[in-house]
Design a protein around this ligand. Structure first.
Ligand code: GN1
Ligand code: MG
Length: 366
């Protein structure tokens, strides 16, 4: 890819210097681009939206830009400084669009890079959990008033667990690459926990959990932390911002923070949910959202953790059965290991459920 030519489609001043691959997301191709602008090096991120995952890339662009502008206006109203490190700044093209469509039909988006900030892949200290959860809580607070009608689904049925299970069942029937024989224990885990899906369906049918605009991918490495203060600056990876439920967002923080090891760590014996980290998450997230969530949402936050961990395990094992067609993998059992890891985490959450409920109560206010 000729990045000089590609980035010249966007309104950027100065001279192109270089670009390098960046980050470790499983879905989109991301690059860090440097321009010299009047003697100062300015860095940008350019990302190719994965069109196999996001069938309608324009919806991704619309949602990400819209939510970022909404947050920018909030920050301006509250007169907060450092705005370009507290929300994403999307760069327009010369024909006034927030994306460039290349000759292969791929969509590219460009944003300002956050200088002086970092991300973490797993949580080492309670403080890191607290600060990241605070950032996700603040994000939710900032967008609590957006009009849901302006946001379509970027991936239809993304967090609809019954559909994920249906996909698993279908893949199992087809067994396209002959891996079914390797997944007896995981199949058992899928089947033993199908009640989570039933509870989810009941809950959604009852209407007790409001559909809001949510992030839907609140992995711990989707928060930028400040190099100096370690405070959360900005929530990133807005591809899945769309109508959703806070249960999943809280749950995905639990999924990606409370285990001391990464989601693909092979040493399953290390996978467990750390209650002190969980408490820091609840404190950070709910500290921002006091009075803004409903009683049912608060009551079901721990269920949200079970929901998303189970869903993620099902997604990984489905992709393993399908022959690794969705997630990028670096070895042949990568998705199997990921699924085993997530099932172990689910078991740990199930064991600690009561304690976790108590913690959430402690920080819940209506
Ligand atoms: C993907 O984009 P990335 O790598 O942060 C996935 C999430 C999963 C996650 C598991 C659009 O996230 O839903 O939770 O991998 N995103 C999409 O690591 O499928
Ligand atoms: Mg993502």
């Amino acid at each position: 890819m000729d990045f000089k030519e590609l980035t010249s489609r966007f309104v950027i001043y100065g001279n192109y210097l270089n670009s390098i691959p960046f980050g470790n997301g499983h879905i989109n191709d991301t690059f860090l681009v440097t321009y010299n602008q009047a003697g100062v090096n300015t860095r940008y991120i350019i990302r190719k939206i994965n069109k196999n995952v996001f069938k309608q890339p324009k919806i991704v662009v619309n949602n990400s830009v819209k939510v970022s502008l909404h947050i920018k206006n909030k920050l301006l109203n509250y007169d907060e400084g450092d705005i370009s490190r507290k929300t994403m700044t999307f760069i327009k093209t010369h024909d006034n669009k927030y994306y460039y469509k290349d000759g292969d039909g791929d969509y590219w988006c460009m944003v300002l890079f956050f200088e002086g900030a970092y991300t973490i892949d797993y949580v080492k200290t309670k403080e890191q959990a607290f600060k990241s959860a605070k950032a996700f809580g603040k994000f939710q607070k900032q967008i609590i008033d957006v009009d849901i009608k302006g946001y379509k689904e970027t991936i239809p049925g993304f967090h609809k667990l019954p559909e994920r299970l249906l996909a698993f069942d279908k893949t199992m029937d087809i067994n396209p690459v002959g891996r079914l024989k390797f997944i007896d224990p995981e199949l058992n885990m899928v089947n033993r926990n199908r009640d989570i899906s039933e509870e989810f369906s009941e809950l959604m049918k009852s209407g007790a959990v409001p559909v809001r605009i949510t992030h839907n991918d609140t992995k711990i490495n989707n928060v930028m932390l400040d190099n100096e203060t370690d405070e959360g600056l900005c929530v990133i990876d807005l591809d899945t911002v769309m109508p959703g439920i806070v249960l999943n967002d809280f749950g995905d923080m639990v999924r990606t923070s409370t285990s001391p090891v990464a989601e693909d760590d092979e040493d399953i014996s290390k996978v467990k949910t750390r209650l002190d980290v969980f408490e820091a998450l609840a404190k950070g997230y709910l500290g921002q959202l006091a009075g803004l969530l409903t009683k049912t949402e608060l009551d079901k936050l721990v269920f949200g953790a079970k929901l998303i961990i189970y869903e993620q395990a099902v997604r990984f094992i489905t992709d393993y059965l399908a022959g690794d067609v969705y997630y990028s993998t670096s070895h042949k059992n990568h998705n199997l290991v990921r699924a085993q890891n997530q099932f172990a985490l689910l078991e740990s959450v199930l064991e600690n459920e009561k304690e976790m409920e108590k913690i959430v109560k402690k920080y819940s206010k209506i």
